[in-house]
Design a protein around this ligand. Structure first.
Ligand code: SAM
Length: 107
């Protein structure tokens, strides 16, 4: 899987990978503020990777953010968070899959 989408970067022993150019050309890189009241995305995401970001926010802010992530995902989509994070103490409709992985799933 890694070799299909990533090239290994020969470095000083670290395991570094970069996205293959043909994949990179499909990606839109944009900056935006997670605190924006409504997310500016027209289509639902299949995955949201947001690792080690929520830990810096207080619970009410985390709650708002989780609601926005839920709304931004397509049905069946996944939210991936960091290993030091969880949705404990936050109300949500995600299905817990395993540590750090939650799914928007009605089934
Ligand atoms: C600890 S870093 C984690 C970076 C990366 N996700 C990782 O796991 O290595 C936290 C990141 O959250 C970003 N961040 C903090 N507040 C943000 C906001 N309101 N909108 C978008 N990004 C934000 C920071 O710019 C920073 O890159």
């Amino acid at each position: 899987m890694a070799s299909k989408f990533f090239d290994r970067v020969v470095d000083d022993g670290d395991r570094l990978y970069k996205v293959r150019p043909e994949i990179k050309s499909l990606i839109q890189f944009k900056r935006f503020n997670l605190m924006t009241p409504t997310f500016p995305f027209r289509r639902g995401f299949d995955f949201i990777f947001c690792r080690n970001v929520m830990i810096y926010f207080d619970k009410p802010t985390q709650q708002t953010l989780i609601n926005k992530y839920y709304g931004a995902l397509s049905e069946g989509g996944y939210l991936m968070i960091g290993h030091s994070e969880s949705l404990t103490g936050v109300q949500h409709r995600f299905k817990y899959m395993q540590p750090t992985i939650y799914r928007k799933s009605h089934s």
